[in-house]
Design a protein around this ligand. Structure first.
Ligand code: DAH
Length: 339
C-alpha cells in the first residue's frame, strides 16, 4: 500500500492541465468519491493496526498535496482562459475614453478659422501683463474707471503688474514688434474682479482682431465683420453697427447680429428686439498707433474684440456661464459630435 501511495504522490506532483475541463477531470480522478484517494481510504480498513498510524498520515499527506496541486492548476487554467488567443496584449485598456473638445475651444477654433481664411494670422500675449500694455498704450486715461480695483486684479507686490482684463493688450504687443501691414487675430483668457454668477465670471475668453495698413477704412471693417457673422451664424445673418465708445478706437461701434433663434422677428432670446449684441469694434485711435510706434499720418487701422463665451452661448444656449469652467463631464460630453 505504501508503494501505491508513493506512486500516486509522484503522479500528483507532476500533474498538468491547460483548461478548466482538464482540471475537473483530474479532480474527479483523484479527489472525488470514486477517485484514487477514496479507494485508498477504503483499503485503509484492512491495514494491520500497527501500520494504521503511518499509512493514515501518508494518505492525508497525499490528499493535501493533490488538493493543493489541483487548486493551483485551476487558478492558472482560468487565468489562461481569459488570455486566450484573441486577446491583444498590446492594446490600450478598453473601453477607450476619448476626450472631447471643450465648447469654448470649439468656438475659438471656429472664429480663428474664419479669420484665417481672410488672411489674419494668430498672435498671443501673456495673461500676466503690465499696466502699459493693458491700459496706457491703449489710450486709457490715468483715472479711467476700468483701472479701478473693482475691475482689475493686481499682483499685490507689484501694482504695475496685473492680470489682463482684455485681449486688447495683445494689439500693443504686436504693434511694438511689427510695422504694418498687420493683420492678426488674438484669442486668449482675460480676468476681471467680478462676483461669480450664472451671468458673470472672474475669468472668461476673448478674441481680438487688429488690421493696420495704408488706407484701411471703416467699410473694410464692416465687410469683414459681415463675412464673419455669416460664416459663424449662417448666410442669412445680418449685422448692424451702433455708435459706442472705447478709449482705443475712434469712431467706435458695437455690433449686433440678427437673432440666431428667430432670425429677427423677435423672441425671448433677443428680448423681442430681433438683434443680439456680439462685439465691440472701431478704427484704431491715432493715439494708440503713435503710442505703439506706428506713424498715424501714414497708417490707419481697425480693431474688434468679442467674448468667446458670448458667441458659444448664442450657438449652444448654455444658460449658466459657470458650466464652462466646472469640468462636469456630462456637460462636456454633449459636445462630442461637434468638431
Ligand atoms: N476690449 C474691449 C472689451 O474688453 C473689447 C473691444 C472693443 C476690443 C472694441 C476692440 C475694440 O479691439 O475695437 O470690452
Amino acid at each position: 500500500m505504501l508503494e501505491k501511495i508513493k506512486q500516486l504522490l509522484d503522479e500528483v506532483n507532476c500533474l498538468q492541465a491547460t483548461s478548466p475541463e482538464e482540471v475537473e477531470a483530474l479532480r474527479i480522478k483523484y479527489l472525488s468519491k470514486k477517485g484514487e484517494i477514496s479507494a485508498l481510504m477504503n483499503d485503509f480498513r484492512s491495514v494491520p493496526a500497527e501500520m494504521k498510524k503511518e499509512i493514515g498520515m501518508r494518505i492525508n499527506e497525499l490528499k493535501n498535496k493533490a488538493t493543493e496541486r489541483i487548486n493551483e492548476l485551476k487558478t492558472s487554467a482560468l487565468a489562461q482562459e481569459t488570455l486566450s488567443d484573441d486577446v491583444d496584449l498590446t492594446r490600450t485598456p478598453y473601453p477607450i475614453q476619448l476626450g472631447t473638445r471643450h465648447p469654448l475651444t470649439i468656438v475659438k477654433n471656429e472664429i480663428v478659422d474664419i479669420f484665417s481664411r481672410m488672411g489674419f494670422t494668430l498672435a498671443e500675449g501673456p495673461e500676466v501683463e503690465d499696466d502699459w500694455h493693458v491700459y496706457s498704450s491703449m489710450n486709457f486715461a490715468d483715472d479711467h474707471p476700468a483701472r479701478d480695483m473693482q475691475d482689475t486684479f493686481f499682483v499685490e507686490a507689484h501694482p504695475d503688474i496685473i492680470l489682463r482684463s482684455h485681449t486688447s493688450s495683445v494689439q500693443a504687443r504686436v504693434m511694438e514688434k511689427q510695422q504694418p501691414p498687420i493683420r492678426v487675430i488674438c484669442p486668449g483668457r482675460v480676468y476681471r474682479n467680478e462676483a461669480v454668477s450664472a451671468r458673470a465670471h472672474c475669468f472668461f475668453h476673448q478674441v481680438e482682431g487688429l488690421y493696420v495698413d495704408k488706407n484701411v477704412s471703416f467699410k473694410d471693417l464692416k465687410q469683414v465683420l459681415l463675412l464673419f457673422a455669416q460664416e459663424m451664424f449662417g448666410p442669412d445673418t445680418q449685422i448692424r453697427l451702433r455708435p459706442s465708445y472705447f478709449p482705443f478706437t475712434e469712431p467706435s461701434a458695437e455690433m449686433d447680429v440678427s437673432c440666431t433663434i428667430c432670425g429677427g422677428k423677435g423672441c425671448s432670446m433677443c428680448k423681442g428686439s430681433g438683434w443680439l449684441e456680439i462685439l465691440g469694434c472701431g478704427m484704431v485711435d491715432p493715439a494708440v498707433l503713435e503710442a505703439n510706434g506706428i506713424d498715424s499720418t501714414v497708417y490707419t487701422g481697425y480693431a474688434f474684440g468679442m467674448g468667446i463665451e458670448r458667441i458659444a452661448n448664442l450657438k449652444y444656449q448654455v444658460k449658466d456661464l459657470r458650466m464652462f469652467s466646472e469640468n462636469d463631464v456630462r456637460f462636456l460630453e454633449e459636445f462630442t459630435a461637434a468638431n
